[in-house]
Design a protein around this ligand. Sequence first.
Ligand SMILES: Nc1ncnc2c1ncn2[C@@H]1O[C@H](COP(=O)(O)OP(=O)(O)OP(=O)(O)O)[C@@H](O)[C@H]1O
Length: 545
Amino acid sequence: MITPSEFKRLYKIIEVQLRYGLDDFLPEDPRTKMPKMARKSLFWIKNQHPDKSLGERLRLALQELGPVWIKFGQMMSTRRDLFPPHIADQLALLQDQVEPFDGNLAKEHMELSLGGPIETWFDDFDETPLASASIAQVHTATLKENGREVVLKVIRPDILPVIQADIKLMYRMAHIVARLLPEARLLRPVEVVREYEKTLLDELNMMREAANSIQLRRNFEDSDTLYVPEMFTDYSSTNLLVMERIYGIQVSDIDALIANGTNMKLLSENAVNIFFTQVFRDSFFHADMHPGNIFVSYENPETPQWIALDCGIVGTLNRDDKRYLAENLLAFFHRDYRKVAELHVDSGWVPQDTNIDEFEFAIRTVCEPIFEKPLCDISFGHVLLNLFNTARRFDMEVQPQLMLLQKTLLYVEGLGRQLYPQLDLWITAKPFLEDWMSRQVGPQAIVEAVKSKAPFWAEKLPELPELLYDSLRQGKVMNQRIDKLYDNFMESRRSQGLARFYFGIGATLVVCSAILFSNHVETIPVASAAMGVTFWLLGWRACRK
Ligand SMILES: Nc1ncnc2c1ncn2[C@@H]1O[C@H](COP(=O)(O)OP(=O)(O)OP(=O)(O)O)[C@@H](O)[C@H]1O
């Protein structure tokens, strides 16, 4: 049942969508006649922006609907496998333009999380926010404990009910769209909303962000190329995150980077290196790379260091994912599309009965034009995207972690080339792929495997004679049991055979006696019936053995 407040919000959503003429997304189809008629008769709101493109109207409508929808649009912009470029490009322009909320209210909420007045633990708390985003607001302060400069990131008050209400409506709309337009089912609207809900709810948990940041910081502890600020978990909770304050140049501020004398070539190469290190060495990568989250340190501009904030969304990969990625990219690199197709079948990513020739041909068709360009102009992200889309046609279930990776890769490439247009991604990435592959197969892989299993075997070695004796003894007992079971089985088979024989004779005698009896023969039928019953009794006894 829809509540009055849900109804009001739903009306607002429909009203905004109509004002921006988003009903133009509905195709000309008999099934969409009803909603179109309803739009004309019940909602007489006109498209007030006919001069703008559909993509732009969608972006403006989402912006007006607020943070939940803005973030939704931002997420959609990365699903280039689902949306045409002119829509995805517009969605990528969505920016959080969120009014900050009252600093005093932020302080109250922080104190609620901390369990006491802010002055107990912090000095110089600044009520004017340093930054304000859709989910959280950031304030600066100094830690009393050690005088370190920190920021306090607090979740917007009352954001959860707003998110829950809007997500509920999104589900309703996704179900309607899926029912109304079978073609839209390919976009899997309900699944998309489910994925979004999970991402959004994860982002609301500051402890999750803290845990991810701690992991990323540990992975790059001694790195000169990436810095992750320290988290102060003693003061943090699900609603509040306290972390070291960083000073850096926002990555989108190219002029400031140049003015600081940054080595742009090295900076862009490091971005690719860091990404592939996260993927292939750590299997753990920052997956929310947008300009608000990436900074460059002012220090040492000749050997610049990246700073990563906001690890709310991270991706993880298992061994199979990495193997898939490395082998496919290398096979692509050698333009060996047959290998790519075979890899997909061998690893079970597409069904075993897939026609390899057709699959190879499909991959060749989409990829060969890409390789017409010089290698340095080719985008890994687009190669992967084309591969996923082709494989999907051959029933490959695309894994969300790979989509997240593809999206991040696309972003890293874009960023790298924006900073240094001559960046050659293949040259930077190839050693990572080849090194990883050589560690998975070949002599080094065997040595690694033996090395990793050695402590286990060393621990088990003293127990080996005892285990051997036990297993031999168990084997003997098992053999005896099996022999006994076999004897019992043969005995039972013999008895069943005998019983069937007795029942057969008994039945024959009884039938004969009935025939003789009907022909008025007197003594013989009685004797025959008695013998028949006796044989049945014998059969019954044999059956019970
Ligand atoms: N440790 C920090 N030191 C300095 N500034 C910070 C720090 N953490 C966050 N900020 C500032 O606050 C802004 C918002 O932070 P953050 O991206 O973590 O918030 P968010 O609510 O998760 O935003 P979004 O969801 O849009 O990514 C950053 O762009 C940055 O300007």
